[in-house]
Design a protein around this ligand. Structure first.
Ligand code: BYC
Ligand code: FE
Ligand code: FE
Length: 471
């Protein structure tokens, strides 16, 4: 393991050169991927030199290399984390048995579905973000966008490697399908709803990377516990890259809030200055956080129970031994549920609540970042707040999806929800306001007026570094 081959057509640490059939299959998929990138990846800037991070191995510290790269020449590689721990399944009915290095026959369909669902989100997000380059608020931000896009492309490679290696011709078909579905296409949409929502502007982008990439972190963490070792090790390494995506979102929304507060403190109207009022930012937060809550699936789910029981998908940080029973048997989860016009509580077997548990961990993390935004806002002493909506608000999946809730989580009626919709969710006027501020700023060190510069640059470069060479 862990012979890093960087010179191969497909850089990898999985000894690809020793498996000629697999190597050929992946090398055949490569031009399809490149064609997809050119059709559906970033709409422009593909001939520009961009200061990008490329994964070159999985060792602590030195796993990444920074240099100017043209995106179509990005070295999308296949990297699995080193085997860790005692190589035993950590949870579920098979706890204590050795991890699998081949797919157990009876788990094949379920595992394939999990991998395809994960894989599908990666190209979807690149498609959603393809038009944002031109309206980047700074070269620093433009680079961040392309960094995230290239790494989502690598995540697709990570999953396609698993499909090709472990799922035979079905896997190859699935790998083709991943390049055929299209975000937002009514005839061949991406699998999960949030990945069909348009990302039209940088407010969408920052909320998406703050909240939707963060779902990625939690889903990947749950798959990183998997008893199917190649999946566990693929997702463990993906998490290393993911941290930057989350930071991009957290800092991006934070910088936007900061700029708005700054303008308000100067007695200016953000709208008149080409920036956003705080209530508009709050509506974008409400929209993208609730769309991301849906990505956990139903809170009460037999699918999730089975994925846990069989050892395919664990709880967050399962392997750290933080749960008292690795089998999660004879325990219950108390869930609030609407019944008619009031709320009741219900106990469900813990295994059926695996999606709810992961969502709870995610919501706690979202609260942490919103609190951080709030702390910064408080310093301006404007008496303004930013909040995370309740996980019941505006849901399309799960136990709250058939009912209407306020952002505070109070059960309400459809009529009341409709009455307040424009206070709670982005309106056409909001989108127009954001769109009118989306002016691309392409001079090193300059930035659009709706957002503050970042606290620091990338890889210890200053903010005014030439992150994208346009000339
Ligand atoms: N939209 O039992 P249920 C990332 C379907 S993000 C549409 O409640 P289950 C990234 C579900 O498939 C992380 N359909 O839920 C971020 C099922 O269909 P069937 C992506 C949905 O199955 C940014 C039915 O509803 N990774 O990496 O336990 C940029 C009932 O399902 C949705 C993963 O999600 C939805 N939101 O869990 C780039 C990990 N939710 O079977 C990348 C892999 C549910 O009735 N996926 N459905 O036809 C999974 O673990 C699970 O499939 C889910 C759903 C968590 C998504
Ligand atoms: Fe990803
Ligand atoms: Fe990501």
């Amino acid at each position: 393991m862990s012979n890093v081959d960087l010179d191969a057509k497909i850089p990898n640490n999985v000894n690809l050169k020793d498996d000629k059939r697999l190597q050929r299959a992946l090398e055949k998929w490569l031009p399809s991927f490149q064609e997809w990138w050119s059709d559906m990846g970033p709409s422009d800037f593909n001939t520009r030199d961009i200061y990008l991070r490329t994964a070159i191995g999985v060792g602590k510290g030195g796993w990444a290399h920074f240099d100017y790269v043209k995106m179509p020449e990005y070295r999308w590689g296949i990297f699995l984390a080193e085997p860790s721990g005692d190589q035993k399944i950590q949870f579920g009915d098979n706890v204590g048995k050795p991890v699998w290095n081949e797919v157990p026959g009876e788990l094949r369909a379920r595992l394939r579905r999990l991998i395809v669902t994960q894989a599908d989100t990666e190209p979807a997000s690149v498609e959603q973000q393809r038009m944002l380059g031109h309206i980047a608020p700074s070269l620093y931000d433009m680079r961040s966008l392309f960094q995230v896009n290239c790494e989502e492309g690598r995540h697709l490679w990570a999953m396609v490697y698993l499909l090709h290696t472990y799922f035979g011709s079905d896997g190859r078909d699935e790998a083709e399908g991943l390049l055929e579905r299209r975000s937002g296409d009514p005839d061949k949409p991406r699998i999960l709803q949030a990945f069909n929502n348009p990302i039209e502007n940088w407010m969408d982008f920052f909320c998406f990377t703050a909240f939707t990439d963060r779902d990625g972190k939690y889903q990947l963490a749950a798959l990183a516990e998997s008893g199917f070792d190649p999946l566990a090790r693929s997702t463990q390494f993906m998490l290393t890259e993911e941290a930057y995506h989350l930071q991009t979102g957290e800092n991006g929304v934070g910088r936007t809030i900061h700029r708005t507060a700054e303008l308000l403190k100067q007695g200016k109207d953000p709208r008149a200055e080409g920036a956003f009022p705080l209530d508009l930012i709050q509506r974008y937060i409400n929209f993208w956080s609730s769309a991301s809550f849906d990505l956990f699936g139903g809170e009460d789910s037999t699918n999730a129970a089975e994925a846990f029981a069989s050892g395919l998908k664990g709880r967050y940080r399962e392997g750290d031994g933080i749960y008292k029973d690795p089998q999660a048997l004879n325990q219950f989860y108390t869930m609030e549920r609407p019944e008619g016009d009031r709320m009741t509580t219900q106990e469900i077997p813990l295994r059926r609540a695996m999606n709810a548990l992961l969502l709870d961990a995610y919501v706690a993390d979202c609260k942490r970042i919103v609190n951080r935004w709030q702390r910064d806002l408080t310093k301006f002493d404007l008496g303004l707040d930013v909040t995370l909506p309740s996980q019941k608000f505006n849901r399309r999946q799960g136990v709250y999806s058939e009912h209407y809730f306020t952002p505070e989580g109070e059960l309400t009626t459809e009529a009341d929800f409709e009455k307040h919709r424009d206070e709670w969710l982005p309106t056409t006027a909001d989108r127009e306001c954001v769109q009118s501020c989306m002016i691309g700023v392409q001079e090193p060190g300059k930035i659009a007026n709706w957002i503050s510069p970042p606290a620091r640059g990338v890889n210890e470069q200053p903010f005014d570094f030439e992150y994208v060479k346009l000339n």
